[in-house]
Design a protein around this ligand. Structure first.
Ligand SMILES: O=C(O)C(=O)C[C@H](O)C(=O)CO
Ligand SMILES: [Zn+2]
Length: 280
């Protein structure tokens, strides 16, 4: 498993492009019949990608659970949320089957012991993008469709940031220990997300960009508001944002992204906004 210990905001100022990418960018999440996992010591969030093709893939495939987590199974003291960003797929959690179409979301609570992933058609494999956080009690597993998500339309075509924030794993939809997750969809012609930029000292966040059309990229901004850097991101890549870092981006086209947060609180609007003209 790829373990990221993470740097602080002072050291970050001196990082080269390569160091910034190595520390925060998750370049490849989906490999046939494998589980890709990145453990960040920022709030101990784990970001995973699973693309079952010919096999029924277990959530712990290739991960030494005892060595890395000190538990018998992955979700013994963790919860997770996942989105299917590929072809039709299935998740079997302790014998219960969940069918996930494109952009469907599943929350699995602490204690789900045996978790497997399958694709309906190997020619169009499912791609499960998963984020997991430590959890100390159990709630209910839940399949959440986009129609069930709380919708927050925002932005404007005139400022190239018209988009809908869909809150899937959110206190208004279901209870979790600390995890919240959602999907922000930008309209055609809109390219900016999360501007004015913000931080939230109380939570970290991971962004996963997808639906980035071929030959396009997203310039993801990070760092303290007074000293920003960017990471050029391709389709289906994720980026870790510590609490001290802004997380905003502009694409060379519109795109969609999944955000996941964990930390002290779940108050979505608890953001420290930075006036755009004060960014450096
Ligand atoms: O486009 C946006 O704005 C977002 O999606 C913001 C994220 O959800 C976020 O950063 C929440 O803290
Ligand atoms: Zn945020």
């Amino acid at each position: 498993m790829d373990i990221r210990y993470s740097c602080n905001q002072k050291d970050f100022k001196r990082y080269t492009t390569e160091e910034v990418r190595k520390e925060f960018l998750i370049e490849k999440l989906f490999e046939a019949d494998q589980v890709t996992a990145v453990y960040s010591h920022v709030d101990r969030m784990v970001t995973l990608g699973v693309m079952p093709v010919n096999e029924k893939v277990s959530i712990d495939k290739g991960i030494d659970i005892w060595h890395n987590f000190g538990t018998e199974y992955f979700l013994e003291r963790r919860e997770c949320g996942m989105f299917n960003v590929g072809g039709a797929g299935r998740v079997i959690a302790d014998g219960k089957l969940y069918v996930l179409g494109y952009k469907d979301c599943l929350y699995l609570t602490r204690g789900a012991k045996e978790v497997y992933f399958e694709s309906a058609d190997p020619a169009q494999p499912a791609k499960f993008y998963i984020v997991s956080a430590p959890a100390h009690c159990s709630y209910e597993n839940k399949l959440i469709k986009i129609a069930d998500a709380a919708k927050k339309p925002c932005g404007d075509a005139a400022t190239s940031n018209k988009r809908v924030i869909n809150q899937f794993i959110h206190p208004s939809v279901l209870k979790t220990c600390q995890l919240s997750m959602g999907m922000t969809v930008l309209e055609t012609g809109s390219v900016w997300n999360t501007m004015p930029a913000h931080t939230h000292e109380r939570r970290m966040e991971v962004y996963f960009y997808f639906e980035v059309p071929k030959d396009n990229v997203v310039f993801h901004m990070m760092g303290e508001g007074q000293e920003t850097r960017h990471i050029v991101m391709q389709n289906e890549q994720a980026v870790i944002s510590p609490s001290w870092s802004i997380h905003a981006g502009a694409g060379t086209s519109n795109y969609t992204f999944i955000w996941a947060m964990g930390g002290e609180n779940q108050a979505f609007d608890d953001m420290d906004n930075i006036p755009t003209t004060e960014l450096k």
